[in-house]
Design a protein around this ligand. Structure first.
Ligand SMILES: N[C@@H](CCC(=O)N[C@@H](CS)C(=O)NCC(=O)O)C(=O)O
Length: 223
């Protein structure tokens, strides 16, 4: 199967990072274009033609356009199963699929509940007690994942090998750290997981470029 693969992506976008990770793990050749959210490049005509939501990732493989990140990741896994890392080995399929979709809870509790709320609400209109509750909810969610690692006794989030669940979960965890979450003190097992995986080649290669030379936020540092 040799089809042209093209990824439009934005730095720091966890859905974009998922697809980059699968492409790297599968050693696939692909063309890419890094777009700026700040400059609204995701709303350009070039993107809107392919993705009416004007969102990144916008992803093409051959004549197919698959813009939902998890759909694109599953498609790539299915079509390049034997190339590079097998991300959903049959024997661990149930736990991998469970954790793959379950990881979206972290996106909800971190990005949607807190980060977008803070970014989009003028500071004088932010509800302090609501924010405290949202941070408590995030703590509960991360504690759940901390316990999974303790119970499973695996190095990775769903099985003994790097899998699709890590592809979806890791970028989201890294985003929490980027936003200032005190992972080391609150979730030592997750911190060890984070430290181990950040050295993985696919993750190093696709690390959000603007995270390399700018400081982490402190938004979640009081969680
Ligand atoms: N469900 C989509 C979500 C994609 C998404 O929300 N992308 C964000 C960046 S992380 C975006 O493009 N936001 C700009 C906008 O919605 O206008 C996926 O997983 O691929």
């Amino acid at each position: 199967m040799s089809q042209e693969i093209f990824l439009y992506w934005g730095s720091g976008s966890t859905p974009c990072w998922r697809i980059q990770l699968v492409l790297e793990e599968k050693n696939l050749q692909y063309e890419q274009k890094l777009l700026s959210f700040e400059k609204q490049e995701h709303k350009s005509e070039e993107i809107m033609k392919l993705n009416s939501r004007g969102q990144l990732p916008t992803f093409k493989i051959g004549d197919l356009v698959i813009n939902e990140s998890i759909a694109a990741c599953l498609y790539l896994e299915d079509n390049f199963k034997t190339q590079g890392t097998c991300l959903i080995p049959k024997e661990s399929q149930p736990s991998i699929l469970q954790r793959t979709f379950e990881a979206l809870n972290l996106q909800k509790f971190c990005n949607e509940n807190i980060v977008y709320y803070v970014w989009r609400t003028p500071i004088e209109k932010q509800d302090g007690s609501l924010l405290i509750q949202k941070k408590k909810d995030l703590n509960v969610e991360l504690e759940r994942w901390e316990n999974y690692l303790a119970e499973q006794k695996t190095e990775f989030i769903a099985s003994s090998q790097f899998s699709m669940a890590d592809v979806i979960f890791f970028p989201q965890l890294a985003f929490c750290v980027r936003m200032g979450y005190p992972l080391e003190s609150k979730c030592p097992k997750l911190f060890k997981y984070y430290e181990t995986l950040r050295k993985r080649s696919s993750i190093e290669k696709s690390w959000p470029p603007h995270w390399k030379n700018t400081q982490n936020s402190t938004m979640l540092s009081d969680c």
